[in-house]
Design a protein around this ligand. Structure first.
Ligand SMILES: *Cc1c(COP(=O)(O)O)cnc(C)c1O
Length: 395
């Protein structure tokens, strides 16, 4: 038998990403491929940069989508800004902070770790102490929205502390961009990276980044070559910007159709309005939580630091969580996320990201989860969740 065209099953994506992709974005990606230096494509590139500035709330000239997933954006920030022998204060309160530490060490730099418990935001007092104890630290790195736990950190305060200590603020905004307020310029975030498959609701594979003036100065003032040729921004920019007054030159072949998709998703974000999108995430989150709590389930993270786009829910005792997730997928076509690391088997992670943050999504999810839990013999309050969620939605 020869292989047939692949037809993916219909899914409702409510995990930690990717999120549901709107048909407009899929349709954009199916348009004819053109050359990556075609004048029409160059116009599209400029629009993408402007739209990303809108989403990031920045005027930074160096604002582009990297050809690679969010992890490429993370690596790009570190390899461009951190040199051997530097010290970087790294906040670790979940999986992704741990990866930042790994990046710092692979750059030949020293990582000073500020650790907070899973489910908590980064503690600014500890960061202040770490910066004071390490004068001359090159950067402070932290995750704005920790997708492994669903906890939010106070990025504004952390950026201010970095600035006060003369350190660059490197911010992971993979799960925050488009989902919760992110103010790159107002907060003074120096180097910020994100991903497309979370609250922007594009397919995975691109990483929007933005570098402010201080980060660009650090890049220009390097003593050593950037260790990665592919992620060296001084080379990448020859393609995305070109020399002043000159043409753009080939660095690598941009993922043309993926960029059509990102452009369309950003046009949709602009049509909706960034603040409206933030409010939609917050509202659907409130309704999901109301439904889950009416069912008798418990949220894992304190309300004060909960992310709307990533909801960690405690798994009731005695439930085979993997079997239940499989059932949701097979019977309802619904994907939710498992716990990671120390939270594996303890929580589910329900994503409300981008196009997956709708009333319809949460009502379907509550229904599927309730019937799955009842079938598995869990003690939940049957028949309460829908009404609680609906009333929160109409509030
Ligand atoms: C998803 C995610 C990443 C990694 O993005 P990929 O696209 O999977 O490489 C990094 N940081 C955070 C906070 C994330 O949620």
């Amino acid at each position: 038998m020869s292989p047939q065209s692949f037809q993916p099953p219909r899914r409702i994506l409510m995990g930690p990403g990717p999120s549901d992709v709107h048909p407009r974005v899929l349709a954009a990606m199916a348009r004819p491929t053109i050359g990556h230096l075609d004048p029409a494509f160059v116009t599209l590139m400029d629009e993408i940069k402007d739209l990303l500035r809108y989403a990031f709330r920045t005027q930074n000239e160096l604002t582009i989508p990297l050809s690679g997933p969010g992890s490429a954006g993370m690596e790009c920030c570190f390899v461009n800004l951190v040199e051997p022998g530097d010290t970087v204060v790294v906040c670790v309160n979940g999986v992704f902070g741990g990866r930042m530490k790994e990046n710092v060490e692979r750059c030949g730099a020293r990582a000073v770790i500020v650790e907070d418990a899973w489910g908590q935001g980064v503690n600014p007092a500890k960061v202040e102490a770490a910066l004071a104890a390490n004068p001359g630290a090159k950067a402070l790195a932290f995750v704005h929205a920790e997708t492994s736990t669903g906890a939010r950190s106070d990025a504004e305060t952390l950026c201010r502390l970095a600035r006060g200590a003369g350190a660059l603020a490197i911010v992971d905004a993979v799960t925050s961009l488009g989902g919760i307020p992110l103010e790159v310029d107002r907060w003074g975030a120096d180097a910020v990276y994100s991903g497309t498959q979370k609250c922007l609701s594009c397919p995975p594979g691109l990483s929007p980044i933005t570098f402010g003036a201080r980060a660009v100065a650090a890049l220009k003032g390097r003593r050593t070559k950037v260790q990665s040729w592919f992620l060296d921004l001084s080379l990448v920019m020859a393609y995305w910007e070109g020399p002043k007054g000159g043409g753009r030159s080939y660095h690598h072949t941009a993922p043309v159709n993926a960029l059509y998709g990102l452009h369309e998703a950003l046009v949709m974000l602009r049509e909706e309005g960034l603040e409206v999108a933030w409010a939609r995430h917050a509202k659907t989150h409130g309704a999901l939580v109301a439904g889950l709590e009416a069912m008798g389930l418990k949220m894992k993270v304190d309300a004060a630091v909960r992310l709307p786009e990533l909801n960690a829910v405690e798994i009731p005792a005695g439930i085979d969580e993997a079997a239940l997730r499989r059932k949701l997928l097979e019977v309802h076509g619904l994907e939710i996320g498992a716990g990671l690391g120390g939270w594996a088997g303890k929580v589910w992670r329900i994503g409300l990201m981008g196009q997956s943050a709708t009333a319809d999504h949460i009502l379907k999810c509550l229904d599927a989860l309730e019937s799955g839990l009842l079938d598995a013999g869990a003690k939940v309050n049957a028949g309460k969740a829908q009404a609680a969620a609906r009333s929160a939605l109409s509030a």
